[in-house]
Design a protein. Structure first.
Length: 203
């Protein structure tokens, strides 16, 4: 995971209404792991690990966060890549995770970003069934596009995850994952079942 800090301003040509926050790389990964652990998806043997070494076809990868579980007698593995970059996640970042999924044989990939995603990254992620999540402090909420100045927000130190998906109209939908088992299941689990049924790619 990158050690760079989120920038105060969005890249030129892109408006970002999510406030930035200062957090160490380790704390960022631990916040992601805590959110994944709290999902309680009512699956067998739900296990979350931080900095998990996994063997792939081309070597060993240290994955930021992993989640394992059993469903219908089959083992599943989800890889979470934590991107605390100063700029929105690029298409190439999603490509790297997709390559890891293929090498390791995991069934699902999730990219968690502090500063959002470029459109190309979201489109590639959708094509390969990779989930995109924005990590924010739970004192911060998404601000719609307007010119009214908002008062400064105070960090609570408790983080929330929002799934980000293209809405088909040139914009995005943001859905809160914390304490939302149904939303978390549709974001992380349902595509896995479909992919497993089509390809039999289970471990």
């Amino acid at each position: 995971m990158s050690n760079s800090f989120p920038a105060a301003n969005a890249p030129v040509g892109e408006e970002d209404h999510w406030p930035t926050f200062d957090i160490t790389p380790k704390a960022y990964e631990e916040a992601v792991a805590a959110i994944v652990t709290s999902m309680h998806l009512e699956l067998l043997d739900w296990e979350v690990k931080h900095l998990d070494p996994l063997k792939g076809l081309d070597g060993t990868y240290i994955v930021d966060v992993t989640a394992r579980f059993q469903l219908a007698g089959m083992d599943f593995l989800i890889l979470f890549e934590c991107k605390r970059h100063k700029d929105p996640v690029k298409r190439s970042d999603v490509q790297v995770l997709h390559a890891k999924l293929q090498s390791i044989g995991a069934q699902k990939g999730v990219v968690v970003a502090a500063t959002g995603f470029q459109r190309g990254a979201l489109e590639l992620a959708k094509a390969h069934g990779i989930a995109c999540v924005r990590l924010v402090d739970n004192a911060w909420t998404y601000v719609t596009r307007h010119t009214t100045a908002a008062p400064p927000l105070v960090s609570t130190g408790v983080y929330s995850g929002y799934a980000i998906t293209p809405d088909g109209y040139g914009d995005y939908e943001f859905t809160l994952l914390n304490e939302s088992p149904g939303t978390a299941r549709s974001t992380l689990i349902t595509p896995i079942q479909q992919e497993a049924g089509e390809s039999g790619a289970v471990r």
